[in-house]
Design a protein around this ligand. Structure first.
Ligand SMILES: *[C@@H]1O[C@H](CO)[C@@H](O)[C@H](O)[C@H]1NC(C)=O
Ligand SMILES: *[C@@H]1O[C@H](CO)[C@@H](O)[C@H](O)[C@H]1NC(C)=O
Length: 328
């Protein structure tokens, strides 16, 4: 009896620990070198020599490299120093890059837009090495928007499903959309695009889709809330950026959150939000790292450093899977 009581109390306290860890987040893992200039980061490890490349918003897509995900990160230059050839306002201030390897070529999808405008387009640049100076601007993917569209064509990210490619994109308005790409993943918009996530509340503030295929499900990560300008206007507590996820057995629809709420009806389970000194984490992408397994990379405000967009820090964490759901 004594023994039973003893194990019961151990079980009981571990249950309490589990319950309290549900809302506890791990701090960003180690980063050395240039850990700022990191808005909307997307990373990949170059196969030939193991160098990590980080692409981020600003300076016509900033490229940083490091020998490991932990750093030290060094700024190398702009991906497209002569701007994008897409003829649209914003083509010298490119946003939200997303790097992928397609066959033996590295692809970076990028956004051309101006803040708050639906006059937007998704472009593509390619390289076989990713080094600064090696990028070819392919230009328009054919995915674009004006105020007549139900979406804003920014924040692209590719997913391969078997031998097919799909591009997820969108921000505010009708939120997240998807379109099948050509077999070389360079052009989209041949078929029509369709909505994959939407929240009717407030300003429909979801954007920054990133989808992965893991263990029989497609996980759709996105950023929800207000992204930027926290130094001039701080949103109400909880309205700042946070990272959410939905999943489906299909890559093309049927996404639900952990409670079964459809993600075209406001669903989304929080993966990471403000905690401790971390404020407004978002702009995330995921990477299946050869050393650390699935990791999430994102930008965040370190409240000890400052709230300006230029002060945003590069964060990354290993994903821990809990009953089929990603946690940080
Ligand atoms: C999903 O990922 C697994 C593991 O990387 C891969 O083997 C499989 O082909 C992927 N599924 C599809 C449909 O692409
Ligand atoms: C925030 O910045 C302070 C001061 O540089 C540093 O000690 C702390 O580790 C940082 N925290 C995070 C989560 O980046």
């Amino acid at each position: 009896m004594r023994f039973l009581n003893f194990s019961f109390s151990i079980l009981f306290s571990s249950a309490l620990l589990l319950a309290s860890s549900v809302t506890a987040y791990t701090n960003p893992q180690s980063c050395t070198g240039t850990c700022t200039n990191a808005h909307d980061p997307s990373i990949i490890r170059r196969d030939s020599d193991g160098t990590y490349f980080r692409f981020s918003t600003g300076g016509n897509i900033a490229i940083h490299t490091a020998p490991a995900i932990t750093g030290p990160w060094t700024y190398k230059g702009a991906m497209l120093p002569s701007c994008s050839k897409i003829s649209l306002s914003g083509n010298c201030d490119l946003w939200a890059p997303s790097v992928h390897k397609v066959g033996s070529t590295y692809y970076v999808y990028y956004s051309v837009s101006t803040f708050g405008s639906q006059n937007s387009a998704i472009g593509l640049a390619t390289s076989s090495t990713m080094d600064v100076g090696s990028w070819t601007d392919v230009g328009a993917t054919g995915i674009s928007s004006t105020s007549s569209k139900s979406y804003n064509a920014i924040d692209p990210a590719l997913i391969q499903v078997g031998s097919s490619y799909y591009l997820n994109f969108g921000s505010f308005w009708g939120d997240l959309y998807q379109v099948q790409m050509s077999s070389d993943a360079k052009k989209g918009g041949g078929g029509s695009s369709y909505q994959i996530a939407y929240t009717s509340s407030g300003t429909h503030a979801i954007e920054g889709a990133y989808m992965i295929n893991y263990s029989g499900y497609y996980y759709l990560f996105f950023s929800a809330g207000i992204c930027c300008g926290y130094d001039s206007s701080r949103p109400a507590s909880g309205a700042e950026y946070k990272i959410k996820v939905c999943r489906s057995t299909s890559a093309t629809g049927g996404f639900v959150d952990k409670n079964g709420v459809s993600c075209t009806n406001g669903g989304g389970t929080v993966v990471l939000e403000s905690h401790d000194k971390v404020y407004g984490p978002g702009g995330q992408s995921l990477y299946n790292d050869p050393t650390h397994g699935w990791i999430i990379v994102y930008h965040y405000v370190n409240t000890s450093i400052g709230y300006a967009d230029g002060q945003k820090q590069f964060g990354w964490n290993q994903i821990k899977w809990s009953n089929g759901w990603p946690t940080v």
